[in-house]
Design a binder for this molecule. Structure first.
Ligand code: NAD
Length: 462
């Protein structure tokens, strides 16, 4: 067990202002693997001051210099990829292969993409008799969750730095260790003191202090809708910019004529990956009534294969929450065809890969984000019915459409109220804007759209 006592503020590891600590627990076996300081209002204040002090110089650097720092950061992340993967496995419980191929690998791609964008983005444009300058928004306060713990920080920090902003990050309580590794990587990459700062701590203490701090110009939050709503309200009251990446309940729409086995198997894999702890997961599978029974059989068989291959949930509270949803699904009349509420192992926060059939759109498990390895399979009558069900939640983050004919899938996707749709198994694109319609959020991350979130315009007239 390691007891870390510093927070990365103003380019150095500084002791925390208060004595409290947060225990970091490995959810696979319940062992405490480390403690980190529980930051207070004072720590947040020191970090925001450091970020403010560093802002003028960083905002004035040539974009090419910022691009170079980000390229070096990417190289450091490559060099430390194994250590990053091991850390995510230890604090989140992700299987080692997933930690390597997703948790450690995606941030490398994202950091690289912003190295390139910083070098190529036109930070000045002409329109009529004006020159429009794209200037950094200022100091960013980033509050991030535990489900993709490094990706979610890098998806904010890399575009913020590319834009010329400075940043204070408050990572999730469950996964502060990989956030510490990122701070080390920033240091190693030669990012100037105060440009990137890290304060570990509890959401309602350090997170809230960061969201409320008058020295923060933009709050970027990823996490639950409940907390996001509060942060949005705090930011609005202070007339601060805010970006919110919240929950989802995405639909995987399988149209008649699609390759059913492929659509179902890819759909189940999408839900089970990261033990279902993915905001963009396709947790509702929509199947035409003529193919419904076959799809349910395929989904149950696919889920059964996952038995031992998925990791635990992040903590005991999430495990209980997810098992509660499974019990609710049974109570509301859905039919369990794989998994169930009983813990598959005595030790660790595991939940069985679970599939529900006969789910109707009004059921709780068809409406609320469960954030566990739980798939609901819903029946539709025709395309209009499928569209109504697909759009019938408060969320709109992602989705999928499968059809024999790509044009038919695209036509359906155009009518979906959601920020991303994968057509016939289209792959994740780290340059495509990611973010929500409706209550899934405000703003976009990744690629050029993610960069512009951290810029504001100034027009000079000639
Ligand atoms: P959460 O929203 O409470 O935590 C996310 C981040 O917000 C953490 O860093 C946390 O410390 C911070 N936070 C908490 N309260 C805060 C406050 N009052 N002010 C400022 N910051 C605060 O999420 P959780 O409790 O870890 O998970 C609960 C549910 O949220 C999950 O079951 C899931 O449905 C959803 N969730 C969604 C995502 C996503 O990517 N969309 C990620 C994590 C969790």
């Amino acid at each position: 067990m390691k007891a870390y006592d510093g927070m990365y503020i103003g380019g150095a590891w500084r002791p925390a202002a208060g004595p409290d600590v947060i225990e970091v627990v490995n959810p696979a076996d319940g062992q405490v693997i480390a403690t980190v300081p529980a930051g207070t209002v004072e720590d947040v204040d020191a970090a925001v001051r450091a970020a403010r002090a560093a802002l003028p110089a960083w905002a004035a650097t040539a974009p090419a210099e910022r691009a170079t720092r980000l390229a070096v950061l990417r190289d450091v992340l490559v060099a430390r990829q194994d250590e990053i993967a091991r850390t995510v496995t230890a604090e989140l419980g992700a299987p080692p292969k997933l930690s390597q191929t997703v948790h450690a690998a995606v941030p490398i791609v994202v950091a690289g993409s912003y190295a390139e964008l910083a070098a190529t983005y036109p930070f000045e444009e002409r329109t009529g008799n004006s020159t429009v300058l794209h200037e950094p928004v200022g100091v960013v306060g980033a509050i991030t969750p535990w489900n993709y713990p490094l990706h979610q920080i890098v998806a904010k920090a890399a575009p913020a730095l590319a834009a010329g902003c400075t940043i204070v990050v408050k990572p999730a309580e469950d996964t502060p260790l990989v956030a510490r590794l990122l701070a080390e990587a920033m240091h190693e990459a030669g990012v100037p003191a105060g440009v990137f700062n890290l304060v570990t701590g509890l959401g309602p203490v350090a997170g809230q202090a960061l969201a409320e701090h008058p020295g923060v110009d933009l709050v970027s939050f990823t996490g639950s809708t409940a907390v996001g709503r509060r942060i949005g309200a705090v930011a609005a009251a202070a007339v601060k910019k805010v970006a919110l990446e919240l929950g989802g309940k995405s639909a995987n729409v399988i149209l008649p004529g699609a390759d059913l086995a492929r659509a179902v198997n890819v759909g189940v894999a999408n839900v089970m990956s990261n033990s279902g702890q993915t905001c963009s997961a396709w947790t509702r599978m929509l199947v035409h009534r003529d193919q419904y029974d076959e799809a349910v059989e395929l989904a149950a068989a696919a889920a059964a294969k996952y038995g031992d291959r998925i990791g635990p949930l992040v903590n005991a509270k999430q495990q209980e929450r997810v098992r509660g949803y499974i019990e609710k699904g049974v109570a509301e009349g859905a039919r369990l065809v794989a998994g169930g509420p009983d813990a598959p192992r005595e030790q660790g926060c595991f939940v069985s890969p679970t599939v529900f059939a006969d789910v109707t759109p009004d059921m709780t498990i068809a409406q609320e984000e469960i954030f566990g390895p739980v798939l609901s399979v819903l029946r539709y009558e025709d395309e209009e019915d499928a569209l109504r069900i697909a759009n019938g939640t408060v969320y709109g983050l992602a989705g999928a459409v499968w059809a024999a004919d790509e044009a038919q899938a695209v036509a359906f996707a155009r009518r979906m109220e959601t920020g991303q749709v994968d057509i016939n198994g289209g792959r994740f694109n780290p340059l495509a804007p990611f973010g929500g319609y409706k209550q899934s959020g405000v703003g976009r991350e990744l690629g050029v759209h993610g960069l512009t979130e951290y810029l504001q315009t100034k027009s000079l007239q000639f």
